[in-house]
Each structure stands twice: as structure tokens, then as C-alpha cells.
Write a protein that binds this ligand. Structure first.
Ligand code: ROI
Length: 158
């Protein structure tokens, strides 16, 4: 899954979310990427994001996991400000084993996965040989990114 934040101490928001994810019923966090700083996709008049991805194991079904993630977002105080705008915490299901799903409330793989350097590059760190259902190898998706605006965060802050 993907994590992103660009408000109210993003590093703290992401760390908090990871801790809470690990406390969901029948769910554990297996591994997480580094934190990355990334330029916003969408309106440019907002702060840079902090992004990371984590691998979970869970017995929750996709829609139950989605509602658990939405619960965490709300508990951390997320309020929607504008489309593709700044956010306190964003938790996205990116992939779910080799499931493909297309529902109004949830698309797996994540609908924007192939356009997002801030998802693909952290994913490569934890799963370099990943195949994205219907979209081929992660390696190839990364090769097709036009530009990337990502830097490992530890080089700059913390
Ligand atoms: N841009 C970046 N860099 N990182 C995000 O997590 C992110 N999330 C979003 C939008 C607003 C589309 N842009 C983003 O939801």
C-alpha cells in the first residue's frame, strides 16, 4: 500500500499511520520502503509530499481493508480540501496479491499506479521483481516514467 502526506509534519503522519496499520485486526506490516520527498502531482502551490510504500499481510478482504484505511485517515484528522490537493495522510491500496478489481469505490491495481514515480520507485525498493497485474513488470513501468522528482528523505532531513 501507498502512504503520502504533505501537511502537519508529514514524516510524523506517515510513521503514525504505519504504527496504526500494524494494529489493525488480522493485519501485520511486513516491510516498508524508505521515506521519499516528492514534488506534488496536481496543483503546484502546495508543499512537497513525503511518500512511502509498505507491504502488509492481512486477512481482511479488499473492501474491508479500504474502510479500515479510511478510518485511519479520519482518525488522523484528514479533511479533503480540494481535488488533487494537499492532504494530511493518504493511504492507498496499490496492489492486493494478484487481484484485479474494478468497483466505483476501489480499483486494484491502483488506477494511477503507472503514472506515479512516488509509488513505483519506493515499490521497487521493496519488491524489485514485482509484476503488476495487467501492466507488466515494475521495472518496465519505471523505465517508462517521463520524469521523476523524488529523493530519499534521509538525505535532506529528519
Ligand atoms: N503528489 C505526490 N508527490 N505524492 C502524493 O502522495 C500525492 N498524492 C495525491 C496527489 C494530490 C495526486 N499528488 C501527490 O493524492
Amino acid at each position: 500500500m501507498g502512504l503520502g502526506s504533505n501537511l502537519s509534519n508529514p514524516v510524523k503522519q506517515i510513521n503514525q499511520a504505519v504504527v496504526t496499520l500494524g494494529s489493525l485486526p488480522k493485519t501485520s506490516v511486513i516491510t516498508c520502503s524508505k521515506l521519499y520527498g516528492s514534488a506534488p502531482q496536481g496543483p503546484q502551490d502546495q508543499p512537497d509530499f513525503v511518500n512511502a510504500v509498505c507491504q502488509l499481510t492481512t486477512e481482511l478482504l479488499p473492501l474491508a481493508l479500504l474502510s479500515a484505511l479510511q478510518g485511519i485517515e479520519l482518525a488522523q484528522g484528514r479533511v479533503k480540501k480540494r481535488h488533487w490537493g494537499e492532504r494530511l495522510i493518504d493511504l492507498d491500496i496499490l496492489l492486493f496479491d494478484d487481484v484485479t478489481l474494478s468497483l466505483p469505490e476501489l480499483t486494484i491495481p491502483h488506477i494511477e499506479i503507472s503514472n506515479r514515480d512516488f509509488v513505483l520507485i519506493p515499490l521497487f525498493e521493496i519488491a524489485p521483481d514485482l509484476i503488476v497485474p495487467n501492466q507488466g513488470s515494475l521495472r518496465n513501468l519505471i523505465a517508462q516514467l517521463k520524469t521523476t522528482y523524488l529523493h530519499p528523505l534521509s538525505l535532506f532531513t529528519v
